[in-house]
Design a protein around this ligand. Structure first.
Ligand code: LLP
Length: 391
């Protein structure tokens, strides 16, 4: 993001965002594919030798997916809907890792019919279900056990997943029962991997390191019983800086994360997999919205725009901070809340925020919204979904 002659320009190609609102009808997510490419290349270099499966939930836009597929990514999916989107966007079944705690019988059957690369299993009951379905179909399901190491990371509690009071993964004490189930269904289940995902927006890695060490031991002991075990999926979760863009800090964190991962896992001599979402796409997206009213009360100035928690729920749900920038700078600052049209007081982007003075008809950019933006959007209040364009 950069102002050139007071106009906001976006991405490595320095696109003037004002040029995209000439025929504005409703809020628009803009994704810069060249930015996604450079992020993917940077991560692929840092994690050389690791296959990256993009977490589709972060941004299922077909052009974004096609772009990542063309760079060599696989897809990490959590529903039949995401499987279909990945296939439509050019991924092959063998590019797909299927995670998620609630897979239905129908979803498992379809995934097995298609022949996805790997199913990451989240409970003993699910393992049993997959074993039974695959047996009936005369198939062999390739499964990885998502283990929950009971380790905490510093993040918002809603996006932490690696503690024993989270619904995700299976406690290490379950391994004997899981092994028994794998043996019972030896004809229809093949153990191919161990998987882990501790949570999202991770900026510090002591918990991650502890978890890798624990799971490495589990991998080694399972390998003795199951020689087919050959993959270690260390999940996603690497965080980005939202408050103020700091790509240098993110590069240092990436290097640290990659160093820890390779340092602990490389002597397993197995296939390494990762499921990054946010890190690849967050900065590559911006949400453009138009000011409808500037409303002054005795307490506050509200800048009311035509997008809100219905299009980007992160500020309301996780108190996430996205910078808001005017497409054209006025040069005079004011303090305001930028809020949406939705009938909820939690419908805000920022509060008590220092923003250039704006007026009805002006446009604002909600930055760093390429991850978990459109994918979490709803039609609440029967507002239309935003548009999406790729540049
Ligand atoms: N793998 C699994 C199994 C996951 O559950 C997730 C994210 C990822 C990979 C990708 O994580 P990432 O690299 O994007 O952190 N809506 C929240 C984030 C929810 C993350 C859910 N799982 C947000 O807007 O912050």
């Amino acid at each position: 993001m950069e102002y050139i002659n007071n106009e906001l320009h976006f991405g490595p190609e320095k696109k003037n965002l004002s040029s995209l609102v000439a025929n504005y009808v409703r809020p628009i997510y803009v994704y810069d594919l060249s930015f996604i490419k450079s992020r993917f290349k940077q991560m692929a270099e840092a994690l050389a030798g690791v296959r990256l499966y993009f977490a589709v939930k972060a941004n299922p836009n077909p052009q974004v997916l096609q772009c990542l597929k063309s760079l060599g990514a696989g897809a990490d999916v959590v529903s039949l809907g995401e499987i279909k989107r990945a296939l439509e966007s050019g991924f092959a079944p063998e590019d797909i890792v299927y995670s998620g705690v609630g897979k239905t019988k129908h979803e498992i059957t379809e995934a097995l019919k298609l022949g996805v690369l790997q199913i990451n299993v989240e409970s003993l009951q699910e393992l049993q279900r997959i074993g039974e379905i695959a047996e009936k179909m005369g198939k062999k399901a390739h499964v990885a056990l998502r283990l929950n190491p009971d380790v905490s990371i510093q993040t918002h509690p809603y996006i932490a997943t690696g503690l024993r009071d989270n619904k995700f993964g299976m406690e290490l004490s379950m391994i004997p029962d899981l092994s028994a189930c794998l043996k019972k269904y030896a004809q229809s289940l093949e153990l191919v991997g161990v998987s882990l995902h501790l949570g999202s927006q991770m900026m510090e890695f002591s918990g991650y390191q502890e978890a890798l060490v624990k799971l490495k031991e589990s991998y080694q002991s399972l390998k003795k019983d199951f020689p087919t075990l050959r993959r270690f999926d260390f999940g996603g979760g690497l965080g980005v800086v939202y408050e103020k863009q700091d790509l240098a800090l993110e590069s240092r964190l990436l290097a640290e994360y990659a160093g820890i991962t390779k340092g602990i896992l490389s002597d397993l001599n197995c296939e390494l997999q990762s499921e990054p979402g946010r890190w690849l796409v967050a900065h590559a997206g911006v949400l453009l919205t138009q000011v409808q009213y500037v409303k002054k009360t005795s307490a506050k100035t509200f800048v009311i725009v035509d997008s809100g928690m219905n299009h980007l729920i992160r500020p309301s749900l996780y108190e996430a901070e996205h910078q808001i920038l005017p497409l054209v700078k006025s040069g005079k600052m004011t303090t305001c809340d930028v809020v949406g049209p939705i009938c909820e007081s939690s419908d805000f982007f920022v509060k008590d925020y220092s923003l250039d003075q704006v007026q009805e008809g002006d446009f604002l950019a909600v930055t760093d919204s390429g991850a978990y933006g459109y994918s979490m959007a709803s039609t609440y209040n029967l507002q239309e979904l935003p548009l999406e364009i790729c540049i």
